[in-house]
Every structure is written in structure tokens, then in C-alpha cells.
Design a binder for this molecule. Structure first.
Ligand SMILES: Nc1ncnc2c1ncn2[C@@H]1O[C@H](COP(=O)(O)OP(=O)(O)OP(=O)(O)O)[C@@H](O)[C@H]1O
Length: 599
């Protein structure tokens, strides 16, 4: 799936083939009425266009971003009723943009509230959109927008472009469908798309890597609902009688989901393939008077697609491509080779450390989780170019502190000063863009993006803030650095734990972070892998990069770090040169679990 998202596929000559085909198809459909096809053919094509536009619009939000909407009928309905109410007084050419705008505004208004709440993902989001459709239908039914009996559009004057106004509707449908395909394709391969696919895979990680998740989701919602609005606006003229029961019936939402899932919801062309399949099937069976048979076949297709084609029909081609590179992936070494690096001896003179500039300072950082005081007025500083060890027994607050510094959690109290600016309440993506990057204790790669794409996201959205083409170069460079060049096209599930940890390292490196926070990067590794990982951390440091190193492996801590801070039960209990700190009686007591650990 994901290998088709990737930019290099577009960097070749084929980059221009698809847009040229889209333009050619648009010209073909616009010219078609000149050849006088039978009227039923125009109607059939119009229906096809309508479903292509609607299913494609659904995919931009739900397929790309992973926020499944069951309420797409609401945005389509806004478009329907915009035309139904305005077409008597305004030209249809005005109705279409107004419908798009109103539907997009509704999408943004809902998103502005819903996307702020982390909980409202998955099935909760789906239920909410369903509820929204019901609320909207009730409002429209009980106000002059509809009023109850429905709205007739028989008096609407449509410009005649060919011989009759029916062809004008066909033309509008063709343009909306082709336009929606062009927009979906643009979104998929753009920076926005890169962010949306990352959000779909792991929204929290996307945010921590620098993707402005809230803004991107709103944008996707606006584009998606805007297209649905225009499709509805044209459909109103096509059906010429608009009722609440028809417009807001669950069928519309169900059909677009069905079409997208069958065709492939994570690809711009997937919904169009699904829409073509379902519409033609419906047409064939209904014209043969067997609507029930059509439903059975569509249902079966959905079951088969769910079972065997999780990426839809488009996934068939994608799988073949991945299978093509599989032998090369298998041939790659199991563990990335790391050049021998001379480890620096333990303990570094304290005086030069103190002279280093403080780049991040925490003052009184506190955070409690339902009664558990994970961090209790912690004061600390991180100095430029040092490797700072952050240690402490299990549950002492190390990961929580990393989470606070990366913006993953907001502290209850205290200040976090980066070059003097308080970033304690800044969004995580902003902190990433300021050059603070982190790895996760248990690696969290984007599962459906390739290894290369995973690193590209960090290069594009982190401190480096690169353009997409440059991010490929950077990602390749960083994968080579950590020894994963051969695995660039693999999916993270094809990597072992050691390699997944190195993938996380490649991500923080690609982001050009000033401060790199490594959360238990050695946990779960074999002794040989630990040696290679320690060498890698040393190489990443390169004598200048600032690293915060959270670790339980004391050999590694002593070997690597310039300075240590020790947490116990959320409090900072010691700070200083590694060996001195480890000999500190308070630290010894904390590790041995003595009750008076604060000593
Ligand atoms: N999201 C959360 N919800 C509730 N409690 C939490 C949450 N995150 C951390 N805690 C609690 O906060 C305390 C500190 O946890 P934290 O994970 O920061 O410790 P740690 O030092 O990283 O531990 P370890 O070395 O085992 O990873 C623990 O008591 C933990 O249970």
C-alpha cells in the first residue's frame, strides 16, 4: 500500500502521465455530447460522476486521515439544500461555490470542536458524524430550508451548452468528478498528504514528529466536505426534487464507504474504481429488474474486499510492487552493520560541562495522573552538546519528563525554557519544529508507511522542515547512516526490534534536532546489539549534538553520558558527574528501594 504513496514513484516520467490522462479524460467527457450518445448513457455517466466525486471526497478525510465518517450525507445534504433554496434567485454557477463553501464551513466548524478532543477518534468520531446527520436533518426539516414537504427545482434555469439542459448537468457532473480526482491525487502526493497518512497511522507520533495534526485534519475535513457540497449541489438539479428523507438517509454515507473500501480508501483512485464497480453493477441489475441481486453481489464484494483486499482493488497493484522488491529485502543483513567506534571513557571533567550554554531549562515541572504524582517540581537543565543521562528506578518519572519535554504531555505546573522561550504549553509539533526530537521506549513507526517514508515524515515536518524531494535525499542518507539503507522499501513490520530502534534513530536524525531524547533505546536488545547501539549513539552525538539518554543499562550510562540527573518518585534526587552520582547514597537507596530514598 504505502510504497505507492511514496514520492520517488512520481519522480520519473510517469509523474506527468497521470495528470495528462486526467486532462485527456476530462476533455473526452466534455466533448462526448457532441457525438450524440443515447440519453440514458449521459444519465448513467452522470450517476457515475456523482458517486466518484462523493466517494473521493469521503476518502480525502476518512481514507487518508483514518477518521471514518458515517455522516458524509450531511455535507452532501448542505449542497443539495443550497441549490434547492438559492437556484431560484441565483445562477447555478453561484450555487456551486456557495454550496462548497457552506459544506466546508460546516466541516471546519465540527472539526474545530471534535479534533481538539484526543478521545474522539475511531468509532466515537464515526458515531458523532452519524449523530450530526440526524441533527442537521431535523433542523432542515423543521425550518423553511425544507419545511417538511421537500423542495422542487423545476423552475431552475440551466444554461444550455449543447442541445439541452440535461447535458449541462452531465457536464457539471463530469467536471466535479474529474476535479475531485485531481484534488485527491494532489492531496495524496503533497506535503498535506504525507502528514495525513502519518496521522492515519499514529496521530500522536505524527504530532511529535512535527506534523500540525489539528490544522491538517481541519484542512482535510474542509476539502472533503467542500467537494461533497458541490456534488450535492449538482445532484439537486439532477433529481429536481429534494427531500430530507432521501438526502439524509444512511444509504448515501454507506455507499461512499462501500465504494471507497472496495476500491481502496488510501489511494486517490480507489474510490473511483469502487464507485464504477458499484454503479455499473447496480445499473446492470436494476435495468434487469433485480435490485436485490445487485445488493447481494455488492455485499459479497465488500466481504471479499474486507477479507482479502484490506487495501482495496488498488492494493492488488501495490502488493505486486512490494513482492517485486521482496527478494532484495530478504537479502538485507538482519542487523545493520555499524562501523567500530572508539568509546570514550567514563566520566568527563565537570568544569567544561558547566561552561556549556544551557539550551533547555525546566523549572518546577509537575505533572500528576489521577493521584499519581509522576513529576514533582523538577528543576533541571540541558546544556549544549552534552549527553545527559536521565536515570531512576521504574516508575520514577523519566518517560513522563521526556513526554513533557516533547510536548506529548502538558505539565500541571512549571516552566520549560528553550533559549528563554517558555514552551511548556506549546503544541508538540511546534516543539518538534523548534528542534526537540524523541524516540519511543517501544518503537512506534508508522506501520503502513515504508521505512523510507517514516524517515521522510521526520525530515519534512521536524526541525529540518524540508521540501518533499529533499526529504527523500535526507531520509536515504540517514538510513544509510544507521545501516538501514537496504530496508528503505520495507514496511516496519519486516524489521526486527534492533532495526526498528535504529529506524527511530534515523527519524530523529532526519529531523535535524538540536536536542535528541532517546527513551530506553537499548531495552530489549541482545548484548551484541547493545554494543552496536551504544556506538551508534556515540556517532549520533558526534561530539556536538545534545542528547538526553534515558536508560536502565548502567554500563551504557557510565560509558556514554557526560552528566546525570536522577529521578525518584517524580523528584530530582541527584545531579552531576556519572560516577559521583551513582555513588551518591540517596541514589543507591532509591535503587535499593529504601523508604527514605530522598535522603
Ligand atoms: N498516562 C499515564 N496515566 C497514568 N499514570 C501514568 C501515565 N504515565 C505515567 N504514569 C505513572 O507515572 C509514574 C511515572 O511513570 P514513567 O513512565 O514516567 O516512569 P519511568 O521512570 O519512565 O518508568 P520506566 O523506567 O519503568 O519506564 C508511574 O507511576 C506511572 O504509572
Amino acid at each position: 500500500m504505502s510504497s505507492q504513496n511514496i514520492v520517488p514513484a512520481r519522480a520519473s516520467a510517469t509523474r506527468f502521465v497521470v495528470p495528462a490522462l486526467l486532462i485527456a479524460a476530462t476533455v473526452f467527457f466534455v466533448m462526448l455530447p457532441a457525438f450524440k450518445p443515447p440519453p440514458f448513457f449521459e444519465s448513467l455517466l452522470y450517476l457515475l460522476f456523482f458517486w466518484i466525486a462523493l466517494a473521493t471526497s469521503w476518502t480525502i478525510l476518512s481514507g487518508f486521515t483514518g477518521y471514518f465518517s458515517f455522516g458524509h450525507g450531511a455535507f452532501y445534504g448542505v449542497g443539495m439544500y443550497t441549490t434547492a433554496n438559492l437556484a431560484g434567485t441565483l445562477s447555478i454557477w453561484w450555487c456551486l461555490p456557495i454550496a462548497a463553501l457552506l459544506a466546508a464551513l460546516l466541516g471546519v466548524a465540527i472539526g474545530a470542536v471534535v479534533f481538539r478532543v484526543r478521545r474522539l477518534r475511531g468509532e466515537l468520531f464515526a458515531l458523532l458524524t452519524l449523530a450530526l446527520t440526524i441533527v442537521l436533518a431535523t433542523i432542515i426539516l423543521n425550518t423553511p430550508i425544507d419545511g417538511g414537504p421537500g423542495k422542487y427545482l423545476l423552475g431552475v434555469q440551466l444554461p444550455v451548452i449543447y442541445e439541452n439542459s440535461a447535458t449541462t448537468i452531465y457536464l457539471m457532473g463530469a467536471l466535479v468528478a474529474m476535479g475531485s480526482l485531481a484534488i485527491a491525487r494532489w492531496v495524496q502526493y503533497s506535503r498535506l498528504g504525507r502528514g495525513l497518512f502519518a496521522i492515519s497511522d499514529d496521530e500522536d507520533v505524527a504530532e511529535v514528529l512535527g506534523v500540525p495534526t489539528y490544522r491538517y485534519k481541519l484542512l482535510a475535513f474542509a476539502i472533503s466536505s467542500g467537494i461533497a457540497g458541490v456534488a450535492g449541489a449538482v445532484q439537486a438539479v439532477f433529481v429536481s426534487y429534494v427531500t430530507v428523507s432521501e438526502t439524509f438517509s444512511g444509504t448515501i454515507a454507506l455507499y461512499v464507504i462501500l465504494m471507497s473500501v472496495i476500491g481502496g480508501a488510501r489511494h486517490w483512485l480507489g474510490p473511483a474504481i469502487g464507485a464504477t464497480f458499484v454503479t455499473l453493477l447496480n445499473f446492470t441489475f436494476v435495468s434487469g429488474d433485480s435490485a436485490l441481486a445487485a445488493r447481494i453481489v455488492i455485499g459479497l464484494a465488500l466481504i471479499l474486499a474486507t477479507l482479502f483486499l484490506p487495501e482495496g482493488v488498488v492494493g492488488l497493484f501495490r502488493k505486486r510492487r512490494l513482492a517485486h522488491v521482496q527478494p532484495a529485502l530478504e537479502a538485507a543483513p538482519a542487523a545493520p552493520p555499524v562501523p567500530p567506534v572508539t568509546l570514550r571513557g567514563a566520566g568527563v571533567a565537570v568544569a567544561p560541562q558547566l561552561e556549556r550554554k544551557v539550551i533547555l531549562r525546566g523549572e518546577g515541572i509537575s505533572l500528576a495522573f489521577r493521584g499519581v504524582q509522576a513529576l514533582d517540581r523538577v528543576d533541571f537543565e540541558i546544556r549544549e552538546g552534552e549527553i545527559l543521562g536521565l536515570v531512576g528506578p521504574n516508575g520514577s518519572g523519566k518517560s513522563t519528563l521526556i513526554n513533557v519535554m516533547s510536548g506529548f504531555y502538558k505539565p500541571d505546573g512549571g516552566r520549560l525554557l528553550l533559549d528563554g522561550e517558555n514552551i511548556a504549553r506549546a503544541p508538540a509539533h511546534h516543539i518538534a519544529q523548534l528542534g526537540i526530537a524523541r524516540t519511543f521506549q517501544i518503537p512506534r513507526p508508522f506501520p503502513r508507511l515504508t521505512v523510507l517514508e517514516n524517515v521522510m515524515v521526520a525530515a519534512m515536518f521536524g526541525g529540518a522542515s524540508m521540501r518533499q524531494t529533499m526529504s527523500i535525499v535526507k531520509a536515504r542518507e540517514m538510513l544509510a547512516f544507521v545501516g538501514l539503507a537496504e530496508r528503505a522499501q520495507a514496511l516496519p513490520s519486516q524489521l526486527n526490534l534492533h532495526q526498528r530502534k535504529f529506524l527511530e534513530l534515523a527519524r530523529v536524525l532526519a529531523s535535524d534536532a538540536r536536542i535528541v531524547m532517546l527513551d530506553e533505546v537499548l531495552a530489549g536488545l541482545t548484548p551484541a546489539e547493545i554494543t552496536s547501539a551504544i556506538a551508534m549513539v556515540r556517532r549520533i552525538h558526534g561530539g556536538t549534538r545534545t542528547i538526553v539518554f534515558v536508560e536502565h543499562n548502567m554500563r551504557a550510562v557510565i560509558e556514554l553520558t557526560d552528566r546525570l540527573i536522577v529521578l525518584n518518585q517524580g523528584r530530582l534526587i541527584a545531579e552531576g558527574a556519572p560516577r559521583e552520582v551513582m555513588d551518591d547514597p540517596a541514589v543507591v537507596r532509591a535503587y535499593l528501594g529504601a523508604p527514605d530514598a530522598e535522603g
